[in-house]
Design a protein. Structure first.
Length: 318
């Protein structure tokens, strides 16, 4: 693999995973975290990494933005301004209303950098096989589908203050819908409208919601797709099922995440080397943010919300 240097901004749960993957690939990483000790501890277990403690933005070939989501856009703008390719972990931001999103898209276009949205489930081997099965049935359309995801939050963030983790603050809706809405779009087609229920039982003592369920109208036939997320499963689960028009059913359940993040990381590094634009790009991230915003509004108002497509204006698609 061609020689590149990658900066990782944010050395928490996902940043540490990315750093270990890149280290195993033989790629040098420059680590930065507001908690200098956390970055130092991570560098200490890697073979080809050092901690950045400078004032200006680190000078590397590309940047993985693994910080809390409220800082994703600001950091990505800085990276793009320094002509660094950018990988942003989901979600792109807390909301499509982030005032700096337009600047991010303008800067990426101006500087000509490669930019990719983190959506690791698109790189899961068996989920890709499931998608191929769906593609083979296009003359027999999906009329109903469900996506169910869950993980007991204290186990998910064991070893840290899980009640103050990013997942706890975002809630199951933003944390998990950011994946599941993208998966629904990728598998079944464009999401046209949404209604939802979001709740916080109070049992976990977290600031965000711990259960969220959305009903989507998807594709040209407005297929019904239920998307559920919660922080209560004793074992991590991600399950997809689809009912076809003639009554056939297809099902997928994640048995293991092994290789998923590795494949996604390698996909981005290859694009950096070959100067290839990728899917999902940041425009897809903006689209999913808009759907999440609409789902939250639907939950607050008890209504259906059509997806207006404002993300297209933001990213310059119209």
């Amino acid at each position: 693999m061609s020689w590149v240097i990658i900066s990782i901004i944010g050395c928490g749960h996902i940043g540490a995973k990315r750093a270990r993957i890149l280290d195993n690939m033989g790629i040098q990483t420059v680590l930065y975290d507001r908690d200098f000790g956390r970055a130092s501890n991570l560098a200490g277990v890697l073979n080809n990494s050092y901690v950045y403690n400078g004032v200006s933005f680190p000078q590397t070939d590309a940047c993985f933005v693994c910080s809390p989501p409220e800082s994703h856009v600001e950091i990505a703008i800085q990276a793009a301004e320094h002509v660094q390719d950018v990988f942003i972990e989901k979600p792109l931001a807390l909301s499509l209303r982030d005032p700096n999103l337009k600047t991010l898209f303008e800067t990426i276009q101006k500087k000509g950098v490669v930019a990719m949205m983190g959506q690791s489930y698109r790189h899961h081997p068996s989920l890709n096989e499931f998608r191929k099965q769906l593609d083979a049935q296009r003359k027999n359309p999906v009329v109903f589908a469900s996506l169910s995801a869950g993980h007991y939050l204290p186990d998910w963030h064991a070893g840290e203050n899980w009640r103050m983790s990013e997942s706890a603050r975002m809630g199951a809706s933003l944390e998990m819908w950011a994946h599941s809405f993208d998966t629904a779009n990728w598998l079944f087609g464009e999401i046209n409208a949404v209604t939802a229920l979001i709740g916080n039982s109070g049992e976990l003592g977290i600031p965000g919601d711990d259960v969220a369920t959305a009903l989507l109208r998807v594709g040209h036939n407005d297929a019904h797709v239920v998307v559920h997320a919660d922080y209560w499963r004793s074992e991590k689960e991600y399950r997809v099922s689809a009912t076809l028009a003639v009554g056939d059913a297809l099902e997928w359940q994640m048995e293991s995440v092994d290789g998923m993040l590795e494949a996604e990381t390698a996909h981005f590094i290859k694009a950096v080397q070959t100067r290839t634009q990728l899917q999902p790009d940041l425009a897809q991230g903006a689209k999913i943010l808009e759907i999440i915003d609409c789902a939250k509004l639907a939950a607050q108002t008890g209504t259906w919300q059509k997806i207006p497509g404002e993300w297209k204006k933001l990213v310059g698609r119209i």
